[in-house]
Design a protein around this ligand. Structure first.
Ligand SMILES: C[S@@+](CC[C@H](N)C(=O)[O-])C[C@H]1O[C@@H](n2cnc3c(N)ncnc32)[C@H](O)[C@@H]1O
Length: 204
């Protein structure tokens, strides 16, 4: 799957995204601020900000930059930020594979239900590391391939099908960490039966 295909998929979902993926992912989004441990004037990057459902949950004394590939998802995020008068939020169309920011620009990075939607997660995580300050936090909310042999095999089986509709189910967290030189600092289950995980890493 290409970046262009994913852009098209999310452009086509934009009108119904909040209805289908608003509540179901909300308990994870609510963990975001705690895991990010933000301080006043921190700079936070949210990659794959989508329709901006995390934005109302984040403190207003933090400088937030949200990026997304999909113009239509971003349009909804921009309306949400304007309606809530979020003057600390900047929203930009950008491909996370090539982040247009200098090295070490951000104190914190949030990737909420995002990393399994990109064709090349290793390159994207390397970009996230590059723009994150050393010692900064990178937080992932995501489904990763189950470590249970049967569930893991099911994740693998369904992945190609799911990727057609915008996400993969077989992203292996251990391998992702190994390939990108990150380490899990904390991990906790999120949502029904802990299907998703909230993972915090410290950028080395
Ligand atoms: C499942 S949505 C998650 C949106 C939001 N974070 C949330 O919590 O609802 C994934 C988002 O990632 C965006 N995305 C996928 N690949 C991307 C890339 N390479 N660069 C930037 N955004 C991307 C999609 O356009 C989509 O808006």
């Amino acid at each position: 799957m290409s970046v262009e295909y994913i852009e098209q998929v999310y452009n086509s979902y934009s009108g119904v995204y909040d209805f289908f993926f608003g509540k179901v992912f909300q308990s994870g989004r609510e963990l975001g601020p705690e895991l990010l441990a933000l301080s006043a004037d921190n700079k936070l990057l949210e990659v794959g900000v989508g329709t901006g459902l995390s934005l109302p949950l984040l403190p207003r004394n933090v400088e937030i930059t949200g990026i997304d590939l999909s113009e239509k998802m971003l349009a909804i995020a921009k309306k949400r930020a304007a309606d809530l008068n979020l003057k600390n939020v900047k929203l930009l169309k950008m491909d996370a594979t090539k982040l247009d920011f200098p090295d070490q620009s951000f104190d914190r990075i949030l990737a909420a239900y995002f990393i399994s939607t990109v064709p090349d997660p290793v390159s994207v995580v390397k970009e996230m590391k590059r723009v994150c300050k050393s010692g900064g936090y990178i937080v992932f909310l995501n489904h990763f391939q189950s470590e249970h042999p049967i569930m893991g095999a099911i994740d693998k089986l369904y992945s190609p099908l799911c990727y057609r509709i915008g996400f993969r189910t077989d992203l292996n967290l251990r391998k992702l960490m190994k390939d990108t030189g990150l380490e899990v600092e904390t991990i906790e289950p999120v949502g029904i039966l802990g299907h998703w995980k909230a993972v915090r890493c410290v950028n080395p």
